[in-house]
Design a protein around this ligand. Structure first.
Ligand code: DX5
Ligand code: ZN
Length: 209
């Protein structure tokens, strides 16, 4: 069974709250993008505090496209986040990130579109999820990069039995191929929110699975 998460990449609280309210009737989990401007040339809202209001409404997942994601774990866990996916590209100690993340919830590592699978240095059995970017991290609304699914296949071949997630350019058109490659969790931002009817789009993703 596949899982679909609305993604939120915003600079201010107001549009974030708008989107949370919009998807509350049909989504159980939310993917929140965190960008510090050092990882990629973009920034997002960096205050965990107001999310507290939504900690019972959703499973809150944090996608950490930042330098040293470990520094963000505690404050965002205190606000109610329960799944932490940190990028390896600017992470100095993967084992330390995973160990601390495990104490606070589910933990995963993410690789950007140009990063090879070999950049993941911790044993796979320590991870609840691996996120493979299917666009270059930093912005929503980019086109899906099908070649990134090769990395999903490589991870699968290494007998990773937990969740492989993709993020970037997700639409109903790519679900079949991604599922066949081994993806079981998807993030969708513009596909949902650029539509007048996010709930219909959400259903279309499920139906494509
Ligand atoms: C990109 C973010 C993605 C992005 C996805 O850096 O991690 O979550 O918001 O947006 P779409 O679905 O529009 O490609
Ligand atoms: Zn993301």
């Amino acid at each position: 069974m596949c899982d679909f998460l609305p993604g939120i990449l915003e600079k201010e609280w107001e549009p974030i709250e708008k989107k949370l309210e919009l998807v509350k009737p049909f989504a159980k989990a939310i993917h929140v993008d965190l960008l510090d401007g050092k990882f990629a040339p973009n920034t997002t809202f960096l205050d965990p505090e107001p999310f507290k209001k939504y900690k019972d409404a959703f499973l809150l997942e944090l996608h950490m496209m930042v330098k040293e994601p470990i520094d963000y774990l505690k404050p965002w866990a205190d606000a109610g986040f329960r799944r932490f996916i940190g990028h390896v590209e600017h992470m100095s100690d993967q084992a330390a990130f995973v160990a601390k993340g495990e104490e606070l919830g589910e933990v995963g590592l993410a690789i950007d579109a140009k990063t090879p699978v070999s950049a993941i240095k911790v044993p796979y059995y320590d991870l609840d999820a691996i996120l493979v970017m299917t666009v270059n991290a930093g912005f929503s609304g980019q086109s899906f990069l099908p070649e990134c699914l090769d990395k999903v296949r490589q991870i699968k071949e290494k007998d990773f039995t937990e969740v492989i997630q993709i993020d970037g350019g997700v639409s109903d058109k790519i679900i079949k191929e991604a599922c066949a490659a081994g993806v079981s969790r998807f993030v969708a931002t513009s596909y949902l929110f650029n539509s007048e009817h996010p709930s219909r789009q959400f259903a279309k993703l499920h139906n494509a699975c």
